[in-house]
Design a protein around this ligand. Structure first.
Ligand code: NAD
Ligand code: UD1
Length: 344
């Protein structure tokens, strides 16, 4: 029998792709999700893609101990947790800091307490490259100081600190993954990113322009200190990010402490907004009209990972490039013009 893994937020963008990868690797999964920012349809499609593999779904809130107990009691013993559940919109976090601290920090605290109750102390946590704040030296290494500049990133750093304290307090095994910019979709086009309303992020916005759902892309600033003046980010294929979770869990089960293990998950190759636009046009043949507008508040010029530690410790490196990110994201958009809300 495969290891049993509880996945909080497993119906979301990164969670659904990770569920599929882990099911295909023979894990038995329990997803806890309140569908606050996702649809049960994502999990139906994961089931369908994975065939008859093991996936239990518990609708519940990570802040509710009873919901967590129900999820843990689905199996005799949960062997590890991947904690995706949380809120991730920077602007919203500035407007609603209490909600972000409640869901992201309190939710993680309640989850950790449930893990202790159910004798499971192995966890992979979703952190973020925005934990580094506005860095000036590149590429970003995990031993550089965190300096979060908005409530979203501050909640992620707070949870990192909680997990570090737990490792000092007992036999916890923790991997904190600092994701850079996951994009794209499963190549089947059955699961993908499904933002509600106007997309905040670059990639879904570009695919919606390509599909004719939006007229033009707004490029937020061309006066950054970068070669073409537009912001640089380290984009990685969501399937590569999903793979990283499987190898991180294996590492936690096999390797003795010390923990936590903190790892950047990115490619190390930053791309500007205009490079992404050109890459999308080249791989799909569709032109993306754009206007250069003011900078977006809170944006930093550049974020780029040093991915060396993940390679050395986990043997993980991204395998897919920009062309696959664009192709797969576009396949998903074409097949699901209105996301999951359009039905199957
Ligand atoms: P997502 O919003 O698609 O997925 C999050 C999932 O958590 C959703 O299914 C949502 O319904 C669920 N959820 C939210 N609050 C919950 C609660 N209180 N109880 C139970 N479930 C709850 O986001 P994503 O892009 O898949 O991100 C997953 C994680 O990775 C998040 O913690 C996010 O902060 C982090 N992260 C994402 C990115 C990114 O670019 N997408 C980058 C860095 C870090
Ligand atoms: C954003 C969040 C980050 C979060 C991530 C995933 C901000 C400041 N940061 O990251 O914390 O983890 O999303 O939810 O919100 N761009 C445009 N036009 C657009 C959209 C984006 O030019 O319509 C530019 C941005 O200025 C940036 C780049 O594209 O330079 C990437 O933006 P985005 O996809 O939103 O990612 P981040 O800002 O890195």
């Amino acid at each position: 029998m495969g290891r049993r893994v509880l996945i909080t937020g497993g119906a979301g963008f990164i969670g659904s792709h990770t569920c599929l990868v882990l099911l295909e690797q023979g894990y038995e999964l329990i997803v806890l999700d309140n569908f606050d920012n996702s649809s049960p349809e994502a999990l139906h499609r994961v089931q369908e893609l994975a065939g008859s593999k093991q996936l239990a779904v518990v609708k519940g809130d990570v802040r509710n101990p009873d919901d967590l107990d129900r999820a843990f009691q689905t199996v005799d013993q949960v062997d590890g947790v991947i904690h995706f559940a949380g809120l991730k919109a920077v602007g919203e976090s500035v407007a609603e800091p209490l909600r972000y601290w409640d869901v992201n920090v309190n939710g993680s605290r309640v989850l950790a307490a449930a893990m202790e109750r159910h004798d499971c102390r192995t966890i992979v946590f979703s952190s973020t490259s925005t934990a580094y704040g506005e860095p000036e030296t590149f590429p970003l290494r995990e031993d550089m100081a965190t300096a979060p500049v908005h409530p979203y990133a501050q909640t992620k750093v707070a949870v990192e600190q909680l997990l570090t304290a737990l490792c000092s307090s007992g036999p916890w095994r923790v991997a904190t993954l600092r994701y850079f910019n996951p994009v794209g979709a499963h190549p089947s086009g059955r699961i993908g990113e499904d933002p509600l309303g106007i997309p905040n992020n670059l990639f879904p916005f570009i695919t919606q322009v390509a599909a004719g759902r939006r007229e033009r892309l707004n490029v937020f600033g061309q006066d950054y200190p970068t070669p073409d003046g537009t912001g640089i980010r380290d984009y990685l294929h969501v399937m590569d990010l999903a793979d990283a979770h499987g190898v991180a869990l294996e590492h936690l089960w096999e390797q003795e402490p010390p923990y936590p293990l903190t790892l950047n998950i990115g490619t190390g190759r930053g791309l500007s907004v205009l490079e992404v636009v050109k890459g999308f046009e080249a791989s799909t043949g569709i032109s993306i009209p754009y206007d250069v507008v003011e900078r977006r508040a809170g944006d930093v010029p550049r974020l780029e990972a040093c991915p060396q530690k993940a390679k050395e410790i986990l043997g993980w490196s991204p395998r897919r490039g920009l062309a696959e990110m664009c192709r797969d994201g576009w396949t998903w958009q074409q097949a699901n013009p209105m996301g999951y809300r359009g039905g199957t």
